[in-house]
Ligand binder design. Structure first.
Ligand SMILES: [Mn+2]
Length: 430
């Protein structure tokens, strides 16, 4: 039995007060879904099994290029971060793993493993960092890392990724995510082809160090920190990388790493079709890579992404097993609250996508009935699945209303007293 941070009686008290209403809402929704030929318990069972990883860096307050306004009781180190992740997991029962970032979270791997297993947490993908310089680093990444013109700098970046794999092996991680800041700020600054060639050569060395049962994820990003070109610019480049490297290499889709209005759900479909979808970094955006909370701006787009994922799941697409992680920046909210609600938003999109009448949709598609095809998606999207999500949490020991329970527990005030404010601190969103 793993330890819980929020006292069980507080969760129990809030759940007891909310349970009668939830049961009525669940029964009512069940009846309506039944009329559509959907068994509510089957949807709830799937939701219960759905998991999304929490990035260790997400529990700290984020910032912008202008400023960072630290919140109270911010985690001081990776062990505090693991405790915050344990709270999110306890109340939502949707986030059983933590994704570490090296070197930000560097610590004795055995101690890390012990700290996480205390709360029943596991480790998701390892994230390397060659987009900023660590304190004791020999060569700078100011002008790139895996694509750097200097062989010594590339070697150092490769070694760092291999070290991340080594740490991950001890932790029980099964994937390495590589995101690089490499690119250029001026036309002519780098030779596109040569830089990409150097990147591919370096990635091949990392890939060679990957254990047989691991996956390698590469993440594309169209701009920032480089503002004219980036080496891993778009999903096409990302696909080429995964294709060049081999069967263990997959593309990671960060929802914020595209130009505005890009049809991300179609990219997802393409990557599934060609067996290269590795997984997601969920967040939302309005103007660019805003790193806002998942589902906060355009929940319909999140639903449409899940519509593709559920389509693949139900059709038994070969090798389909995407990783889910949140990757967002919490600048004005309590990160724990944002992450809990974001995990729920991702679950919500999944549950809604499960409600799509796929036989009817196929018929409308074949019959060129555009209006009814799109209405079929809307019918699923418009369904308020909150009772399903809440019931899944209640059944698995979570909170019916995670934010209400979290606030009732006074966790933030408690850790604010224990954790003195850190000056500076690491931020960073990849
Ligand atoms: Mn990301």
């Amino acid at each position: 039995m793993s330890e819980t941070i929020i006292p069980a009686e507080i969760v129990e008290k809030d759940n007891t007060a909310r349970k009668p209403d939830l049961e009525r809402d669940y029964a009512s929704l069940g009846e309506r879904l039944d009329r559509r030929g959907i068994a509510i318990d089957a949807i709830r069972d799937k939701v219960e099994k759905f998991a999304v990883a929490i990035p260790s860096w997400g529990v700290g307050t984020g910032g912008t290029r202008f400023a960072r306004f630290p919140g109270a009781g911010e985690p001081r180190d990776i062990f505090d971060k693991i405790e915050d992740c344990a709270v999110i997991s306890q109340l939502t029962q949707a986030t059983p793993t933590v994704s570490l970032h090296i070197p930000w979270d560097k610590a004795d791997p055995n101690r890390l493993k012990q700290a996480a297993s205390r709360f029943g947490l596991g480790f998701d993908a390892m994230n390397s960092n060659t987009f900023s310089d660590a304190r004791d680093q020999k060569l700078s990444y100011k002008f790139g890392s895996l694509s750097h013109a200097d062989a010594g700098t590339r070697r150092q970046a490769v070694e760092h990724n291999l070290e991340c794999i080594e740490i991950g092996k001890t932790l029980g991680s099964k994937a390495l995510t590589v995101w690089i800041g490499d690119g250029s700020n001026f036309p002519g600054q780098v030779n596109f082809a040569k830089a990409f060639e150097r990147y591919l050569d370096a990635m091949k060395e990392i890939y060679a160090g990957l254990p047989a049962d691991w996956k390698l994820f590469t993440e594309h990003k169209m701009y920032e920190p480089a503002f004219y070109s980036t080496v891993v610019q778009d999903w096409g480049t990302n696909y080429l990388i995964a294709k060049e490297l081999g069967d263990k290499a997959f593309c990671l889709v960060d929802l914020g790493h595209h130009a505005p209005n890009v049809n991300i759900e179609m990219i997802v479909s393409r990557l599934i079709q060609f067996k290269k979808l590795g997984g997601f970094h969920f967040n939302d955006s309005k103007y660019g890579d805003d790193d806002l909370d998942a589902g906060s701006i355009d929940p319909y787009r999140l639903f449409l992404v899940f519509n593709e994922l559920v389509d693949a799941e139900l059709s038994g697409a070969e090798g389909f097993d995407p990783a889910h992680m949140l990757d967002q920046s919490h600048n004005v909210t309590d990160p724990i609250e944002s992450l809990m609600l974001s995990a729920v938003e991702v679950q919500r999109a999944y549950a809604q996508a499960l409600l799509v009448d796929r036989n009817a949709l196929e018929g409308f598609q074949d019959g060129n009935d555009a209006l009814m095809a799109t209405q079929t998606l809307k019918a699923a999207y418009r369904t308020d699945v909150e009772p399903i999500l809440a019931m899944a949490r209640l059944k698995t020991g979570g909170a019916i209303d995670p934010v209400a329970t979290y606030r009732a527990a006074g966790y933030r005030a408690k850790v604010a007293a224990e954790r003195p404010a850190v000056v500076g601190g690491s931020g960073g969103i990849v």
